[in-house]
Design a protein. Structure first.
Length: 304
């Protein structure tokens, strides 16, 4: 049988561990040649190690696949462009990019340092931009290509202590949609995936209360291998008409997530004043207000 990614060249950032590792392994098993990118840092971005990426490459080769390790950071434009160049140098082309690399520097907002905010933005949002921007020129020339970016319900819904992460992840949604709009004419697709899966980053979730302990125990049931199939699908030709979407994956569940659209409107022919807004405008809109929900409030049932 023909494999879904036969002959394709794919970059997976942050592919040394967790979700990225499973994506790289599955893409290779589906016939792709994979650039396994990972500088091998800790969950907060500190340090480097060649071992994670090299181990994934060795595993791919043991299974009969083709892969090359790359240790560049996505957080700077020139190193990120070298990840794209690695695909061209080793495999002669590039067909897909998975922007999975990430770090966490959690803190309640008033205690969050500027460095913690900027470093997370640099890896998640700027990193997704840098790699995508370098790849976009190749995709434009060949009039084909697929981007899969990783977002999170921390941005789509909300969470405590993750202003940096939430801002980056919601920014990635806007980036993906813009790429989808701008490059659709060139047969280039761009989608987001919001994963529910246990990883070393998720391992930083607080477990102080019984509710938090139960939530973490539930997430631990969700292996990163559950996320890989939809990513591999979105990279393949079978998804040629899928672009500009946000998918959430939770164990065996796949959700299409909503995007911002008007919920309710109010109109006043003579325009609004502060007084009329207080008396009529805001009370009319309030039934459609969103609560201060967290991800766990929205996804309140056990994963299926």
């Amino acid at each position: 049988m023909t494999k879904s990614l036969d002959g394709k060249s794919i970059i997976v950032t942050g592919a040394g561990r967790g979700i990225g590792r499973e994506i790289a392994l599955l893409c290779a098993s589906e016939g792709a040649k994979v650039v396994v990118n990972d500088p091998g840092g800790a969950a907060d971005g500190s340090g480097t190690s060649a071992a994670p990426a090299e181990e994934v490459v060795e595993e791919i080769k043991k299974r009969g696949g083709t892969a090359v390790a790359n240790f560049e950071t996505v957080a700077e434009a020139i190193p990120a462009s070298r990840i794209v160049q690695a695909a061209v140098d080793h495999f002669g082309k590039l067909d897909g990019v998975v922007n999975n690399a990430g770090i966490l520097r959690d803190a309640i907002f008033h205690r969050m340092s500027i460095d913690a905010f900027e470093s997370v933005i640099k890896v998640h949002l700027m990193g997704s931009f840098y790699v995508s921007h370098a790849a976009a020129r190749l995709f434009r020339e060949q009039e084909s290509g697929s981007f899969v970016h990783f977002t999170s319900t921390s941005g789509l819904v909300g969470n405590f202590g993750q202003a940096n992460y939430a801002a980056a992840k919601l920014g990635i949604v806007g980036l993906s949609k813009s790429i989808a709009l701008d490059m659709n004419r060139f047969n280039v697709r761009s989608n987001c995936v919001s994963p529910f899966a246990w990883s070393r980053l998720i391992g930083t979730i607080p477990t102080e209360t019984e509710a938090e302990k139960a939530r973490v125990a539930n997430i631990q049931r969700m292996g990163p291998e559950r996320i890989a199939p939809i990513v591999a699908y979105l990279l393949g030709d079978g998804a040629k008409d899928v672009t500009g979407q946000i998918f959430a994956v939770r164990l065996n569940e796949i959700f299409v997530m909503s995007q911002s659209r008007p919920l309710r409107s109010v109109h006043r022919g003579e325009g609004w004043t502060v007084e009329s807004l207080a008396e009529h405008g805001m009370p009319a809109l309030k039934p459609s207000f969103y609560k201060l929900d967290r991800s766990a409030d929205i996804f309140s049932w056990d994963a299926i």
